[in-house]
Design a protein around this ligand. Structure first.
Ligand code: ADP
Ligand code: MG
Length: 268
């Protein structure tokens, strides 16, 4: 497909809580989309650099990072690295990014740094996924301003809903003030475990409150998912037949279906 025919979609994987499955979702969703011939760029936007590690990118090979895009005005193209997955590219991050929130404060239009870096090159890709840090600080705001839509991984546990309403208010504020087109792609339940007594209750609550926004696909808690990063591979490559991998394939197909429906509605 030629460049001009691409209609890039920029998705921010967001939740201000750590350990809820953002990076696992970003890495495996990116892999699943690439597997169906989408050209995908994963932007590691967390100072912890877990998405970069998850693709086996050693810190010594992270010369140009997401920090350079937003603070050193380095063109996005210079940070892009190929991964072992055909069609999937990544911009790594390092701990340097943890200083960015403070360093950006004095800059003009500081909420737009990532958007300004991405926009000139977005049409090179079908999907750009931004793996956000565990906070609602300036980095995540930059991701929400750059994005067309957010995808929220939600771990089924007691405090999940409390955090979710705060996150939804933040999305509303960004939509009202900084990025009018921002929508919710969906909410995905992660680390789903029927043995946990809260799981089914939380699922019922989330589905009754957020309805269709919650994907049917649910990501089970699965040890293969947690083993994969230490091998520097997405779970989908490490063990494509495990329950978690199958769930991410299902999630990707639901996401694509939603995107097709959106396009049809726009065309109608
Ligand atoms: P976040 O990016 O939100 O901090 P991660 O995706 O890094 O969350 O997940 C936190 C931890 O849980 C990681 O060690 C990851 O490997 C593990 N994990 C994520 N999803 C699953 C899953 N479905 N089953 C088992 N472990 C998982
Ligand atoms: Mg993470």
């Amino acid at each position: 497909m030629t460049r001009s025919e691409r209609n890039p979609r920029i998705l921010a994987i967001v939740n201000q809580k750590g350990g809820v499955g953002k990076t696992t979702t970003a890495v495996n969703l990116a892999t699943a989309l690439a597997a169906v011939n989408k050209k995908v760029l994963l932007i590691d936007f967390d100072p912890q650099g877990n998405a970069s590690t998850g693709f086996g990118i050693d810190p010594s090979r992270r010369e140009v990072t997401s920090y350079d895009l937003i603070l050193n005005d380095v063109p996005l193209t210079e940070g892009v690295q190929a991964t072992a997955v055909p069609g999937l590219f990544i911009i790594p991050s390092t701990i340097d990014l943890s200083g960015a929130e403070i360093e950006m404060v004095s800059l003009m239009r500081r909420e737009f740094r990532l958007k300004n870096a991405i926009d000139p090159h977005a049409a090179d890709y079908d999907y750009l996924l931004i793996d956000c840090p565990p906070s609602l600080g300036l980095l995540t705001i930059n991701a929400l301003v750059a994005a067309d839509a957010v995808l929220i991984p939600l771990q089924c546990e007691f405090y999940a809903l409390e955090g979710l309403s705060h996150l939804m208010r933040t999305v509303e504020l960004v939509r009202a003030n900084l990025n009018a087109q921002l929508t919710i792609q969906g909410i995905v339940l992660t680390m789903y475990d029927r043995r946990n007594k809260f799981t089914e209750q939380i699922e019922r609550d989330v589905r009754s409150y957020f309805g269709e926004q919650v994907y049917s696909a649910v990501i089970p808690r699965n040890v293969r998912m947690s083993e994969a990063p230490s091998h520097g591979k997405p779970a989908l490559i490490y063990d494509m037949h495990c329950a978690g991998s199958k769930a991410y394939i299902q999630l990707a197909s639901e996401l694509l279906k939603r995107e097709r429906r959106r396009k049809e509605e726009l065309a109608a």
